[in-house]
Design a binder for this molecule. Sequence first.
Ligand code: URA
Length: 284
Amino acid sequence: MTKPEPQDAAINDAARSLIEWWSDAGVEPVAPPPSARVKSASAPERRDTRAPGAPEKLSAPRPQRVAAPSASRTSGGEEDAPRDARRLAAAASTIAELKTAVEGFEGCTLKATAQNTVFARGSMKSGVMIIGEAPGFDEDRQGLPFVGRSGQLLDRMFASIGLDREDIYVTNMLFWRPPKNRDPSQSDLAACMAFVERHIALAQPRILVLAGKTSAQAILNSSEGIMRMRGKWGAYTPAAGDESQAQTIPALPIFHPAFLLRKPDFKRQTWRDLLSLRKRLEEG
Ligand code: URA
């Protein structure tokens, strides 16, 4: 038997993990039409590997401003942190400048125990910006959000509606890993909030996806639980005084992939939420 080429093996792995996701999400396989069952001996057939009802890949390019980063300084204690963050965030006029400002920020106590600042990954090609909670172990090591097990599931979830890893923009409410992955505190969130708001203003997403309770509550200014919030479209209203962004942005809370890893039965609901996202994107 001939060994598969490395790129074929990678495609097989990707296809397998997509099928696994669809199967867990309860998507029923559909038998091919009778005509498709008879293969021509000569002409090789091009197979459609999409799941039934799964859409084609999106392409809605969106420009992103990039400029040289600038240095940033903070003044001091934990109480000053939200104010310092607001000042630094407001001074950033590009995403690259904002990243540099976050990396130089000393107002969040989590930074002292973290190995890396974790800012963002991906692109705004699809117009979808996903906001999670906080970096975990793998993210802290690599300095990138959602690269561990829950990140792999997140990628699979979005691939299932035709959005590649490179086409979505992924970030978190917190830029540093909380020790032992503890829940974010109110002061952690307060210290980082102005950066998150500026991040949204500069990225200009068409749609926000809020993965888990922490980002859903903070971005939609709600105290409802994620069980109630998930799947219901909300609207993010930019912070007062941010003239760069006049309009509200549609925002969809979904279950956090780490929760889905623990409770796979909830993948069915998430599949419905993803289809709702897909529909919204198609509607433009
Ligand atoms: N969970 C999150 O919310 N964010 C990450 O980056 C990783 C895990």
